[in-house]
Design a binder for this molecule. Sequence first.
Ligand code: AMP
Length: 284
Amino acid sequence: VSVEIIKTPSAMRARSDAWRADGKRIAFVPTMGYLHEGHVSLLEEGRRRGDVLVLSIFVNPTQFGPKEDLSRYPRDLEGDLAKAARAGVEVAYVPDAPAMYPDGYQTYVDVERLREGLCGASRPGHFRGVATVVLKLLNAVQPNVALFGMKDYQQLQVIRRMTRDLDLPTEIVGLPIVREPDGLAMSSRNAYLSADERTRALALSHALAAARSAFTGGERDASRLVATARQLLDDRDGVRLDYLELRDGESLELIEGAVTRPVVLAVAAFVGNTRLIDNILLAP
Ligand code: AMP
């Protein structure tokens, strides 16, 4: 089994037009590559929901800040294509940066409120880059359904909002976070962690798990839930907290007082030089 590689938006669009003319339902999973089981869970659900499955691999420069890890982001195209083949991918859409952003490029999508706060606060311009590239990928692939992980919870809400606001015809599906057996959320960036940092990184999922047990035990006060999680993150050697916040599960507005609707407890922290994120949903 081998996966066909398509490298330009126009060639991708031509392939999609042909599939659609054949009445095929197209499922799409956008990624930055270096695939792990989290990505594979999206591909497997895509396989179930579509007649044809498209994976994109594009490390999108417009969503990285000037001091971020764009140039050293991990890459393994051969390994990714092998995993894609096993997951039943028909086409890997792998454009390069000049194909996506040719000379003179100047158009961006800004989802104004959802991109504020959380990762948007420490990564200015990040969600503008994400929304822009996802819209461009959706325009090339023309999928009936696109699948995203809740690992990047704010990203998922930004994309859902953009899809509604711009009347896009694609159904957006969000899928649960896939974790390592010890609880660490899978991420391509985990490859940056030393053995010692890998152990320290467990503070994130452990903190969220502590808040979840408090919630399950009946705690509904937002600040006490956050404080419960924070205890496992403060004063941890080698872990520098960026944010830990309880927000509305849909609007992402900050929650104060009692939790009465589904909320997300979201965390971002630097472990060494690696910025990791994680979250859990809490539904009364
Ligand atoms: P990335 O390659 O990191 O841009 O991620 C591509 C897609 O995979 C995004 O929709 C992510 O939310 C999703 N994803 C990344 N890590 C996980 C995970 N551990 N569990 C589920 N989905 C994930």
